[in-house]
Design a protein. Structure first.
Length: 363
């Protein structure tokens, strides 16, 4: 008990530390319990982080706050409408083609699997091939259940989408326009002595804001480059695969490996194990390599200073808690934890004093 009480005395003796711990616990509980209901607000907050930089630049040039917010917001709506009217129909068309061609794709995969014992008799036998085909059929049959559930819930989903489409842009506009007022309103409920909270907020606000903006740029660059590359080499479903590749950067290490299999499957079905198949895989590998070794360091060199082990652990923890959104927010949440630990004050304990005492006695 003495060690535990000493640990609490060293780490929680400062009232500001207690305040920071309470705020973190309350925020975590609110997101954990009300995360689904707050999804439009959270999505709008992410978009506001991305758009805050151009608004700030316009204000710095003397443009009034309302005018700067309106200009940036109109530009955002214009880009959103462009995506909905041009890119979304292409994506939906390729999804329709994929669903239509799914039986043929399944047959081609089955034929390729059946040919494995003939091509590689030392690696595969008929029993293994039968197990692979049975597992493949089971997975394809399981695909029908989510589609059926989605069809039954389409009306509810449509209503939800309409609500998000209306509320989302409104929240983005007011987050941009009244950012300072919102922060001041929340500050009214906090004690006046909150130096530690302000310090952590300043660091986290800068780094997470820059991280979100950087991720948006990375998604756009990787997605566009992948789409152009797959279009040039003639790979089917280029837009869908480029979309998946772009969003794969949200999940470090795991995302690139997960998207590799759809790319390999489509290329194998389209061309077989030939030169074009190898070209598609090499092109995908080059894109991921350039992203990991050139683009990401340029965008996040001064933002994310976390060890790879910490990033993987954060992905596992937050992905296990919140699923996809936990994977999306793993690095920002790990950054928050890092900044809190770095700013957390503590009183010296007996072990901390021991080296200095020994040095003094030696002198």
């Amino acid at each position: 008990m003495g060690l535990i009480s000493d640990w609490f005395r060293r780490h929680f003796s400062d009232p500001q530390v207690v305040l920071l711990a309470v705020l973190l616990a309350v925020g975590f509980a609110v997101v954990l319990i009300f995360g689904r209901m707050l999804a439009p607000a959270i999505a709008a907050l992410i978009i506001a982080f991305v758009l805050d930089r151009p608004v700030t630049l316009l204000r710095g040039r003397g443009v009034p706050n309302v005018v700067a917010t309106a200009l940036v917001f109109v530009g955002f709506l214009g880009i959103a409408f462009f995506v909905v009217l041009t890119i979304l129909p292409l994506v939906l068309a390729q999804v329709t083609d994929l669903v239509r061609d799914l039986p043929e794709i399944t047959l081609q995969i089955q034929n390729a699997v059946l040919a494995l014992p003939e091509r590689y008799p030392t690696l595969f036998d008929e029993a293994q091939v039968a197990e692979i085909i049975a597992a493949l059929r089971a997975q394809i049959l399981n695909l029908g259940e989510p589609v059926l559930q989605y069809s039954l819930a389409s009306i509810t989903s449509l209503v939800t989408v309409v609500v998000y489409v209306i509320l989302g842009p409104l929240l983005v506009f007011f987050f941009l326009k009244d950012k300072e007022k919102i922060i001041q309103w929340f500050s009214r409920f906090l004690p006046s002595q909150r130096r530690l909270v302000n310090q952590v907020w300043k660091e986290v606000n800068q780094k997470i804001g820059a991280y979100i903006r950087g991720k948006v740029y990375e998604i756009l660059i990787v997605g566009v480059v992948t789409w152009l590359t797959f279009t040039v080499i003639g790979l089917d479903f280029a837009i869908l695969l480029a979309l998946a590749t772009g969003f794969s950067v949200l999940i470090p290490y795991i995302g690139a490996a997960a998207v590799f299999f759809p790319v390999a499957a489509v290329a194998f079905i389209q061309w077989g194990p030939g030169g074009d198949f190898v070209v598609a895989l090499v092109a995908y590998g080059i894109i991921q390599g350039l992203d990991g070794n050139l683009l990401a360091p340029l965008l996040f060199a001064e933002i994310v200073k976390l060890h790879a082990t910490a990033i993987v652990v954060a992905i596992l923890i937050f992905g296990g808690i919140w699923g996809f959104w936990g994977l999306f927010f793993a690095i920002p949440l790990a950054t928050l934890a890092h900044e809190v630990i770095k700013a957390w004050p503590r009183l010296p304990g007996p072990l901390d004093d021991a080296p200095s005492d020994s040095v003094q006695s030696a002198e």
